[in-house]
Design a binder for this molecule. Structure first.
Ligand code: NAD
Length: 439
C-alpha cells in the first residue's frame, strides 16, 4: 500500500514520518519548494522533539520520500491524505481553499480507485464537498474518509504513535478495512479506532478543541474571580478537580490559549452553528473570555508601573506553548505589540521561536536575546509568557542581581509565590494573589 500526504506542516510531516516508521511507503507532497528540498536532505523545517530522527530514518530506509509533484504522487498512491492548512477565513469560517485545491489535483490525476482521507480540521459537510469536487474531475471510483488529527504540538510523536483514539468517518467496508490496517500498529495498546459517519467525525474534532478551549477559559475566568475574592486558584482547582466527574487535566490558568488550532476552530464552530441556526452560546463565551485573558498581564504591568514610557521589560517565551516553534496566535504577540505602543523596550527570548517571531515585528524597540539571563539583564521587570522547562528553576540570586528592578509578571504560574517573596521579588501571577499574601 502506498500513501501520499498532501501538506508537510506540523500535522502532515508528523503523519508521514510516523506512517513510514510503521513500515508503509509514504510520499509527502507540498507546494513549498524550499521545504521539500530541506526534507529531501533530512532537514526538518519545524521544531518538534524527535521528528528529525524519524525523518532521517524514514529517508534512510527508503520508505519516505518528498515531492512537489502532486499529480504523480496522487496517481501513484492508493491512499491520499489531505493535511493542508484550514486557516480562519474573513468571516470566521474555515477557509477550505487549500483542501479543495488538493482535491482538484487528485481528481485530475487519478487513473485508479483511491481512498482520499481528510486529516485537516474541516467543518461538517466538507467530506461531501471534497467528493463533489473529485466527481467533477474523474469517473474513477473513490472513498472520502474523515480522519481528524488530535496531536499536540510539542508532543506530536507520542500522540501520533500512541493516540488516545483514532476517529474514522467513512461509509464503505473497503475504506474501513484499509484505515484499520493503516492504524493497527498505533493502537496495539488497546486504545480504540472509532468508526462513525463522516459528519460525526468532522464534528468530533471541533467538539474536542472547543471543549479543551472551554476548560482553559473556565479556569482563567475563575482565576480572575479568585483574585477578586481573595482565594488561591490552585487551592480551588484541587478542591473541584478531585471530584471524580471532573478530569483535572488541562486546567491551568494563564495568559489565554493561542496556537494554530483553538482560536480558529472555536470561531469555525460558532460559524457552523450560525449556518445551521444553532447559537453556540457557550463556545462564543469561551472565545470572549480568552480575548479578555490575553490582556490580563498587560493590565498588571500597567497597574504596577503607572507610566510605561521608556521602561525595559524582559520577556521569556514567544511560542504559543512550550516545546514548539509555532508562534501562530501566540499570546506573547499582542502583549509585545501593546508594550511597543507604550514605548517599552522589550528584550525577548525563546529557546526555539525567535526566528519565527522576528518575521512579525519590525521595531528597534525589540532586542532578541540569546539566553533567558541576557533577557533579564538591566530590565525593569521580567514577563513570563510561555512555560518552557528551562525557565522553571532559575538561579534566583542571579536573576535578582541581573534585573534592575526585582519585579516578575508570571503569566504561567511557574513559581511558588511565598518563595519568590522571600527571594525579594515583587511577584505577580494569575489567580494567586492570596498565596502572595495580598488579600
Ligand atoms: P501547516 O500550516 O503547518 O502546514 C500546511 C502545509 O500545507 C504547508 O506546508 C503548506 O505549504 C502545505 N500546502 C498548502 N497548500 C498545498 C497544496 N495545494 N498542496 C500541497 N501542500 C500544500 O498546517 P498544520 O498545522 O500542519 O495543520 C494542518 C491541518 O491540520 C489544519 O487543518 C489544522 O487545523 C489541523 N491540525 C493541526 C494541528 C496542529 O497542532 N498544528 C493539530 C491537529 C489538527
Amino acid at each position: 500500500m502506498k500513501i501520499a500526504i498532501f501538506g508537510t506542516g506540523y500535522v502532515g510531516l508528523v503523519a508521514a514520518c510516523c506512517f513510514a516508521d510503521s513500515g508503509l511507503k509514504v510520499v509527502g507532497v507540498d507546494i513549498d519548494e524550499e521545504k521539500i528540498k530541506h526534507l529531501k536532505d533530512g532537514i526538518c523545517p519545524i521544531y518538534e522533539p524527535g521528528l528529525t530522527e524519524l525523518l532521517k530514518s524514514g529517508l534512510l530506509a527508503g520508505r519516505l520520500e518528498f515531492t512537489t509533484d502532486g499529480a504523480t504522487a496522487a496517481n501513484d498512491s492508493d491512499v491520499i491524505f489531505i493535511a493542508v492548512g484550514t486557516p480562519e477565513g474573513e468571516d470566521g469560517s474555515a477557509d477550505l481553499r487549500h483542501v479543495l485545491k488538493v482535491a482538484e489535483v487528485i481528481g485530475q490525476n487519478m487513473t485508479s480507485e483511491k481512498i482520499v482521507v481528510l486529516k485537516s480540521t474541516v467543518p461538517v459537510g466538507t467530506a461531501s464537498k471534497v467528493a463533489d469536487c473529485l466527481k467533477a474531475f474523474t469517473k474513477v471510483g473513490f472513498d472520502v474518509v474523515s480522519n481528524p488529527e488530535f496531536l499536540k504540538e510539542g508532543a506530536s510523536l507520542d500522540d501520533f504513535l500512541k493516540p488516545d483514539r483514532v476517529v474514522i468517518g467513512c461509509q464503505s467496508q473497503k475504506a474501513r478495512e484499509t484505515m484499520e490496517k493503516i492504524y493497527q500498529p498505533f493502537v496495539r495498546n488497546g486504545n480504540p479506532i472509532l468508526f462513525m459517519s463522516n459528519k460525526a467525525a468532522e464534528l468530533t474534532k471541533y467538539a474536542a478543541n472547543a471543549f479543551l478551549a472551554t476548560k482553559i477559559s473556565f479556569i482563567n475566568e475563575l482565576a480572575l474571580l479568585a483574585d477578586a475574592v481573595g482565594a488561591d486558584i490552585n487551592e480551588v482547582k484541587k478542591g473541584f478537580t478531585t471530584d471524580s466527574r471532573i478530569n483535572p487535566a488541562f486546567f491551568f490558568p494563564g495568559v489565554g490559549y493561542g496556537g494554530s488550532c483553538f482560536p480558529k476552530d472555536v470561531q469555525a464552530l460558532v460559524k457552523t452553528g450560525q449556518e445551521h441556526g444553532v447559537a453556540m452560546t457557550l463556545v462564543t463565551a469561551t472565545d470572549k473570555v480568552n480575548d479578555r485573558q490575553k490582556t490580563v498581564l498587560l493590565q498588571k504591568i500597567k497597574k504596577h508601573y503607572g507610566k510605561l514610557d521608556g521602561i525595559t521589560l524582559g520577556l521569556w517565551g514567544l511560542s504559543f506553548k512550550p516545546r514548539t516553534d509555532d508562534v501562530r496566535e501566540a499570546p506573547a504577540f499582542p502583549l509585545i505589540e501593546a508594550l511597543l505602543k507604550e514605548n517599552v523596550k522589550v528584550k525577548a527570548y525563546d529557546p526555539v521561536a525567535i526566528k519565527n517571531s522576528q518575521k512579525y515585528f519590525n521595531s528597534n524597540l525589540i532586542e532578541w536575546c540569546a539566553s533567558s539571563a541576557d533577557c533579564a539583564k538591566g530590565s525593569d521587570g521580567l514577563v513570563i509568557v510561555t512555560e518552557w522547562n528551562e525557565f522553571r528553576n532559575p538561579d534566583l540570586k542571579q536573576l535578582a542581581s541581573d534585573l534592575k528592578q526585582k519585579i516578575i509578571f508570571d503569566g504561567r504560574n511557574i513559581f511558588d509565590p511565598p518563595t519568590m517573596r522571600q527571594a525579594g521579588f515583587t511577584y505577580y501571577c494569575i489567580g494567586r494573589d492570596a498565596a502572595r499574601g495580598l488579600t
